[in-house]
Ligand binder design. Sequence first.
Ligand code: NAG
Ligand code: NAG
Ligand code: NAG
Ligand code: NAG
Ligand code: NAG
Ligand code: NAG
Ligand code: NAG
Ligand code: NAG
Length: 804
Amino acid sequence: MATKLSILLCFFFAFTLTFARNTPSTATADKPTSNVTRKNTHVCDPSRFSDLGLDMKDFAFCDPSLPYEIRVKDLVDRMTLNEKVDQIGDTATGVPRIGLPKYEWWSEALHGVSNVGQWNSVASFFDDVVPGATSFPTPITTTASFNQSLWKKIGQAVSTEARAMHNLGHAGLTFWSPNINVVRDPRWGRALETPGEDPYVVGEYAVNYVRGLQDVEGTENTQDLNSRPLKVAACCKHYAAYDVDNWLGVDRTHFDARVTEQDMKETFLKPFEMCVKDGDVTSVMCSYNKVNGVPTCADPKLLKDIVRGEWNLHGYIVSDCDSIEVMIDDHKWLNDNPEDAVAQALKAGLDLDCGNYYTKYANSSVTMGKVKEAEIDKALKNLYTVLMRLGFFDGSPKFENLGKDDVCSNEHIELATEAAREGIVLLKNFNSTLPLKSNEINTLAVIGPHANATSAMIGNYAGVPCQFTSPIDGFSKYGEVIYEVGCGETICKNESLIYPAVKAAKKADATILVVGLDLSIEAESLDRVDLLLPGFQTQLINQVASESKGPVILVIMSAGGVDIGFARDNPNIQAIIWAGYPGQEGGRAIADVVFGKYNPGGRLPLTWHENGYAEMLPMTSMPLRPVDSLGYPGRTYKFFNGSTVYTFGYGLTYTNFTYNLVSSTKSLHVKLNKFQHCRDLNYIEGSYKPPCPAILIDDLKCDDHTIKVEVEVQNVGNMDGSDVVMVYWTAPSGISEAPIKQLVAFKRIFVAAGGSKKVGFELNACKSLGIVDFRGYNLLPSGGGKMVVGDDLVSIPVQILFER
Ligand SMILES: *[C@@H]1O[C@H](CO)[C@@H](O)[C@H](O)[C@H]1NC(C)=O
Ligand SMILES: *[C@@H]1O[C@H](CO)[C@@H](O)[C@H](O)[C@H]1NC(C)=O
Ligand SMILES: *[C@@H]1O[C@H](CO)[C@@H](O)[C@H](O)[C@H]1NC(C)=O
Ligand SMILES: *[C@@H]1O[C@H](CO)[C@@H](O)[C@H](O)[C@H]1NC(C)=O
Ligand SMILES: *[C@@H]1O[C@H](CO)[C@@H](O)[C@H](O)[C@H]1NC(C)=O
Ligand SMILES: *[C@@H]1O[C@H](CO)[C@@H](O)[C@H](O)[C@H]1NC(C)=O
Ligand SMILES: *[C@@H]1O[C@H](CO)[C@@H](O)[C@H](O)[C@H]1NC(C)=O
Ligand SMILES: *[C@@H]1O[C@H](CO)[C@@H](O)[C@H](O)[C@H]1NC(C)=O
């Protein structure tokens, strides 16, 4: 999101917004908005209609006894072309003549209700009535917990705050979150917004967060998904193959992602498919970039065929803001004029334009004969069906009582703290230096550009948090803090502040170095060019570590991985913690982990590459697999076989877990019928090729084919703790270009010291054992594969056998 116009228009919009909020307007059907504490009323409130001099009974779209489909059709059929066109931009003007109020579609809730874009036309905002909302850790940190129920619970808390703010006239009902693009390249500036590099983890996060936001308890299994009630509407973005922001002058609005069908299906589309099919999300946002020459928002294959057709979206497709303009001005797509571009986007299946090209040009596009008015009708039906499901027309009795007290409640602030604790990853703990013992520590040197981090902890797409607990706040509960910043700012341009930091470390009982990145280094529209700590941070760390009196604990705040091999190998640095961007309570969570009030159990959702990796391949090269002819290594743990600083899934705890295999499936027998044909696969030269290499997964009865594994996890240390049990699948050996391994299941469990817990997984062959071949088929290969639990702690050979 955020547009190229944003900075220019910032002040202008800020002005018009204030104006609109403070001035009672007769031009819209809304009641005067001067009193922001007023409760939002729903459209089909009879008193609204009588205030407007209308009789609600005349309007079938307000008849609750009729199905949504009929009501929505009635609503759309009443509008003139011009009225219709005014409703397909993010700021829908409403149609006062028929009692339809305006509606602002744009709100954000990436990790808490956000006011991002307030200068423009965003529905959610803060002021004296609602001064802030709970700012949960950024998604990359929350993902590191590998705890599906936490992801869902955060979604539920965010949607509760959103509904409360909506009741107070401070938020919309449609939120353009989460961001579920796979982090294909470690330099990507938006990694903080995402659930990391693994398409399956990203998809799991999407499904759980979306269900947390959207689902209304007790109605999750409504038969007709077009009438399933919604708490708020979520949106999975940015579709698709979007993960170059601005790298050495290549920016997202000009970038053409050249993607193979194999990578598309296996990596780039996978999380979106899970989000739509399993999460039943109500919106998908198309991205700025082109894919293989076609702007995604004008691609009928991506939108109409796949999202709406194959995946059966119940909801609407929205453009990233000003995407249609980007198509014309930046991509110079087909030398289109605005009417052409608008026609193509409508025909491709784009329902809502975040921007003003639809509202400005759809009218003339229709009258010029470039697109049928019926395409606009379809878009409006998709849009209003979602608003019906949200109770925009009929009210939502279930959420009516939410108000101020439900925003920034203690419960939500505790959940934000818990999420940060669960997401923190322990990377090094030499000689069990951590946890520090508070009775042995009087003074703590807390050093570094993030030692007093506040806004850095909440990253981007944040709102105004309820409060901040910075690292020095957090540590001051455990000892006397001597604070030294060490660097002027995160970028750390010179060494002038290192000496005072060293002095502090010399006298304290322990030293905590809090360093890393922030939005000045990795952000939307800002990719990294290397994987190092910025400026003189490395010198700061090394000099402090060499002079420190007590143990040295290095805390990294970042989204993307940093090459801290120097610190990992430095015996003067006893422990390393990655905190991501841990949200408003980050400092409390970090201190709780360092002093053992919480035993860390998070795992890295990204591979931490050595800096040299960034020099081996350009960010613009999309293939996941190595490109041998160009010397490019593979991408992500699934295809990169070289050395790393820390691997995907890495993370230590203060205790030790051992795994014992309880039981497992040894083989999977698939009885082929005469309609299931053998498919060929490429094999590495000299490897064994079975007579029937593979079959199409679409031809399988999925429920009939599962493999099981159960392990017993024992906590053999002396501290309670949680462990993420990860199950990887490795396809039968010899198949060329198969992933090295792929995560197919995971579960975070708590095990008391000295105790044990059994964890079982049931893997469905269709979902977990397939590989996508170069033709784009999803295949189940035969032969000997391998289930691996943990880092090779338990390895189970599984034979896949086809029988006629
Ligand atoms: C705003 O509305 C509330 C509730 O209806 C009322 O109590 C309050 O006095 C109003 N405030 C102003 C400034 O009109
Ligand atoms: C996972 O998250 C849920 C919800 O917040 C929490 O109750 C549970 O304790 C977490 N599990 C572990 C093992 O940390
Ligand atoms: C839409 O087009 C009609 C006919 O060309 C014109 O009269 C009308 O003013 C246009 N409306 C807008 C909002 O541009
Ligand atoms: C490890 O810790 C123990 C106990 O605190 C200490 O006695 C020992 O010297 C440490 N070992 C090293 C190599 O630092
Ligand atoms: C920490 O940061 C906050 C917010 O920027 C500031 O108000 C406070 O003075 C800082 N604390 C110290 C000790 O510098
Ligand atoms: C060094 O950095 C500090 C903090 O950013 C700044 O105030 C100072 O002017 C810099 N000194 C030099 C010599 O550039
Ligand atoms: C790692 O991948 C590269 C690039 O494809 C390949 O040349 C190399 O042989 C692989 N190394 C190992 C140990 O598999
Ligand atoms: C965990 O196991 C390792 C290796 O056996 C051992 O060195 C370490 O002390 C153990 N840590 C704990 C906390 O039990």
